[in-house]
Design a protein around this ligand. Structure first.
Ligand code: PEP
Ligand code: MG
Length: 597
């Protein structure tokens, strides 16, 4: 392969696999490919040109509104992202400036728009704050859409063959929603926790991101194999490779159908150990899907998305109604609602900087922090704003009469912090009693173990709560010092790092020593290749994206608890992830043929 220019036939390129599955199809380049040419206009043409620009913006807006309607019914929480893009269309930085350039420089709309974009890019480039700099991506996405309107094209044309693999520098989350039915997509930028990737996983569209220069080196019409689990992409494969991947793809399709049968079976090992398999949800609209896929409860309800979707701080009644609905829909299964956890990486939920009300206040707070992932996030924010925290707790406790509620506190890093939290809870309970408002006094309280200090203190914390939930997404980030959203260090984000396994083992031991339950709700819980390890380490429950549930249940039923416990003991003695992987491979060959790690 040459280092630049088109990829040679048969080239394999590696990126970050963010949504599993094999896709095979022709590359479809979604960039509009318009290089704006400068055309000087006469004075009497300027009015028409400005009108042409306004019309392109209006058509873009109309299409976005249409997409928004689809979002509202499928992924309500993401509709706000589309709203943000709609607002940006009319932003003075682009809209007024483009009209101004057309008039002042007597140029065509495309040229003026490109120039306005460059000016904005320069402004963003001068900002020190990397988060604000990254917001330029959204401006670019919106401008791309206007360019498509000039060209009479659509970034995602409806009429193309569904087997195409869409290729772009980047996609907005709303583009992914419109991709249903497409084979898959490739992008140059992104990471596993970007919202584009999360939506792709939700919709089951295979994807590989972080493929530097891919738009310049793949040509429309190239035959592409995309392996979204391995992060592998093969360009114009030979017939033999193509045949192998077609076979693997068919195997995967058979596997999906086969494992679907496990959705409603008991999650019990061959020697009778029963564990709970639950779902991670971001919104109430996902409950139906979770139940269909066989969730035996909600292991993690990320309550912050409700706040992000509101113009202002949601009041107690809205929170109460939502929690009540969530609990009643899942009863008698337990529902674990995590208190407001936002900051750091979740800033990417809205990058427009135009948010107002509560959301605007939050964004201002975070963007002023040099290290937001280490800043005033999650429980720290709640303790900083006790009135907001008390309102959320009050709504949860009121809703507790409608099902089986567990309340989970994120990012606890010390016993003092937990005690402060418990004081706020006790105050809210006392007030409810005083007001004569009923609540279930059997509600269980737990902490997320996702900061290394919480691991070290797990034995003490375990004496003060009813359950633990290990958040490996953050625990890995904080213990290995790897930014979970940064594609440049994504290869170091290693769930099988010996330190990670030992920490999980230590937390399980502390929890069981104190007689409390311990579950896991990080992304690794939903990956088949880690299940035997986690089961062997003694976790009692596994919470994951709903689509992953049937396959994980199947793995549990194929496992023998005594055997995976011995496996885990051996892994805890390994001093490198290489050694751990080797041991696992040997074990999988014997016990789970076909499973790789
Ligand atoms: C985690 O950190 O593992 C977790 C589940 O929480 P989130 O991904 O919401 O930070
Ligand atoms: Mg977390």
């Amino acid at each position: 392969m040459t280092s630049s220019g088109p990829y040679e036939n048969g080239s394999t390129i590696m990126g970050i696999g963010v949504s599993p599955g094999i896709a095979i199809g022709r590359a479809f380049m979604t960039e509009p490919g318009i290089s704006a040419k400068k055309i000087i206009l006469s004075d009497d043409q300027l009015g028409y040109e400005q009108e042409r620009f306004r019309a392109a913006v209006a058509r873009t807006e109309e299409k976005l509104r249409h997409v928004r309607e689809q979002f509202a019914s499928v992924l309500a929480d993401y509709a706000t992202l589309v709203d943000a893009h709609i607002l940006m269309l009319r932003d003075g930085m682009i809209f007024d400036r483009t009209l101004g350039i057309i008039g002042a420089e007597k140029v065509n709309a495309e040229w003026a728009l490109e120039k306005a974009l460059r000016l904005v890019e320069d402004l963003f480039a001068k900002v020190d704050d990397s988060y604000i700099r990254e917001r330029f991506t959204d401006v670019r996405q919106v401008v791309d859409r206007i360019f498509c309107e000039f060209a009479g094209a659509d970034k995602l044309p409806e009429a193309i063959d569904e087997k195409v693999i869409l290729v772009s520098r980047d996609f907005a989350p709303e583009d992914i929603l419109r991709m249903r039915g497409r084979a898959g997509f490739l992008t140059e930028v992104g990471g596993e926790t970007s919202h584009t990737s999360i939506v792709a996983r939700t919709l089951g569209i295979p994807a590989v991101v972080g493929l530097k220069d891919v738009t310049g080196r793949v040509a429309g019409g190239d035959l592409v194999i995309l392996d979204g689990s391995a992060g592998r992409v093969i360009i114009n494969p030979g017939p033999e490779l193509l045949r192998q991947y077609e076979e693997r793809q068919q195997q995967q399709q058979r596997h999906v159908l086969e494992v679907a049968q496990y959705a409603h079976l008991r999650s019990e090992t061959s020697d009778g150990l029963l564990v709970r398999v639950e779902a991670n949800l971001e919104g109430v609209d996902e409950v139906k899907q979770a139940l269909e896929y066989g969730a035996g409860g909600i292991g993690l309800f990320r309550s912050e998305y409700l706040y992000l979707g509101c113009k202002d701080n949601p009041g107690e009644e809205l929170l109460f109604d939502t929690y009540k609905q969530l609990l009643s829909m899942n009863a008698p299964f337990p529902v674990t609602i995590r208190t407001f956890d936002i900051g750091g990486d979740k800033l990417s939920v809205d990058k427009t900087g135009k948010a107002s009300g509560f959301r605007g206040k939050m964004e201002k707070q975070w963007s002023s922090e040099a290290n937001p992932a280490l800043g005033l996030r999650a429980i720290r924010y709640c303790l900083h704003d006790p009135a907001m925290f008390a309102t959320q707790l009050r709504a949860m406790l009121r809703a507790s009469c409608f099902g089986c509620l567990r309340i989970l506190f994120p990012m606890i890093s010390s016993c003092c912090e937990l005690r402060q939290v418990k004081e706020v809870v006790a105050g809210v309970q006392e007030k409810l009693r005083g007001d004569g408002i009923p609540f279930d006094d059997r509600v269980r309280f737990g902490v997320m173990i996702e900061v290394p200090s919480a691991v070290a203190l797990a034995d003490t914390l375990a004496r003060e709560v009813d359950f633990f939930s290990i958040g490996t997404n953050d625990l890995i980030q904080y213990s290995l010092a790897i930014d979970r959203g940064n594609e440049l260090v994504a290869h170091m984000y290693d769930p099988l790092h010996p330190a990670v396994l030992r920490m999980i083992g230590q937390v399980v031991e502390s929890a069981h020593g104190a007689g409390i339950e311990v579950g896991i709700c990080g992304e690794m819980a939903g990956e088949e290749r880690y299940l035997p390890v986690l089961l062997g380490l003694g976790l009692d429950s596994f919470s994951m994206h709903p689509l992953a549930i049937p396959a994980i249940k199947r793995m549990i039923r194929q496992s023998n608890a005594a055997s995976v416990q011995r496996l885990a003991e051996r892994l805890l003695d390994c001093d490198s992830s290489l050694e751990i992987r080797k041991s696992l491979r040997d074990y999988y060959v014997r016990h789970y043929p076909g499973l790789t790690v």
